[in-house]
Design a protein around this ligand. Structure first.
Ligand code: 3HC
Length: 295
């Protein structure tokens, strides 16, 4: 299959990443089936796409017509069979749990056309382990976007043990068609390139606060202004989702060892369901002023 043969893309999961990936695909001219497990989740994802497109239009990064056309290309769907029956490419962005993702792939395999490529937006999990529950592990790879997808340029394209080179080439072409810059990750390893580097940084920042070395504000001031990151470490944890950072660390600890043990400061936030921007509160309070207001 060539990238020109891709007309319809299913995005499974309408959350933080899924809705953003669907938006990027629709902006690139693809028909998009945005699927989640209930009406509320899928409608919420659709509403977020509408919000984001309006923002881009407000800032003259898109015309109103382009924003309307992109939204028209997104069809919200709950039924999985209907969502994937006639698609050419599937991007899965469901919660970062191996068993949840594998269950989705088992069901997906029953309904997706034989030619469709499966790409997972996992942040860290093994592409190989996910691919092996399907009957098409050679047609399976990682396609890892960054949050927020509409603003972030990079896409990691990750090979599983069984992935065909043509599938990696196709996925890179697709990323380029979406206006992104793909980077190939040749070996399936926890966290791939970016999260292997980035998430331990977030964890170390949390340990500094845990050990009373500095406050959240002080850590964020140095990471933002001195290291040169676009956001402080805690702002970034709120942006990506503290639960996502935790899940990546937990998986990396299991595979790579205790150097990746999630800091209790992160664990407490996950237990309190204060997960960052998406829940309105994480390390900062987004209901009352965002990154200027500690939670
Ligand atoms: N769509 C449209 N507009 C959006 C948006 C979206 N999805 N998200 C935020 N905005 C808007 C904001 O509402 C704000 O609007 P306002 O000005 O009207 O208040 C505006 O964008 C902010 O944009 P600015 O241009 O003023 O701000 P920046 O230039 O600072 O850009 C940023 C914001 C691109 C998010 C930048 O801060 C950044 O690059 N941060 C780092 C993000 C990052 O590193 N992400 C990767 C995390 S790792 C990951 O995702 C992997 C995962 O597996 C864990």
């Amino acid at each position: 299959m060539d990238v020109d043969d891709i007309e319809t893309i299913a995005v499974l999961g309408a959350g933080n990443m899924g809705h953003g990936i669907a938006e990027v695909a629709a902006l690139a001219g693809f028909d998009v089936h945005l699927r989640d497990i209930n009406e509320e989740f899928v409608q919420n994802g659709y509403d977020q796409i509408e919000w984001s497109l309006d923002k881009l239009a407000e800032k003259d990064q898109l015309s109103d017509d382009e924003a309307d056309a992109a939204l028209d290309r997104v069809t919200p769907i709950v039924d999985l069979e209907e969502a994937v029956a006639d698609v050419d490419f599937v991007i899965e962005a469901v919660p970062e749990k191996m068993d949840i993702k594998q269950d989705v792939y088992r069901e997906l395999e029953l309904h997706a056309p034989d030619h469709a490529v499966f790409a997972t937006n996992t942040s860290s999990l093994s592409i190989t382990d996910l691919s092996e529950v399907t009957e098409r592990p050679e047609q399976f790879c990682g396609m890892h976007f960054f949050n927020p997808p509409v603003r972030m340029q990079l896409v990691e394209v990750i090979s599983g043990e069984h992935t065909d080179d043509e599938v990696l080439d196709l996925t890179e072409d697709l990323a380029e068609e979406m206006g992104k810059t793909p980077v190939r990750v040749r070996k399936d390893s926890p966290g791939f390139i970016v999260n292997r580097v980035l998430v331990p940084l977030l964890n170390e920042a949390a340990w500094l606060v845990h050990d009373d070395v500095a406050t959240i504000d002080e850590v964020d001031a140095t990471t933002k202004y001195d290291i040169g990151l676009p956001m402080g470490a805690f702002e970034l944890a709120d942006q990506v989702g503290i639960d996502v950072a935790y899940d990546v660390l937990d998986y990396m600890q299991g595979v790579l060892g205790d150097a990746y043990e999630p800091c209790p400061v992160l664990v407490e936030k996950v237990e309190a369901e204060q997960l960052g921007k998406k829940t309105g509160e994480g390390f900062y309070d987004y209901e009352n002023g965002g990154a200027d207001v500690p939670a």
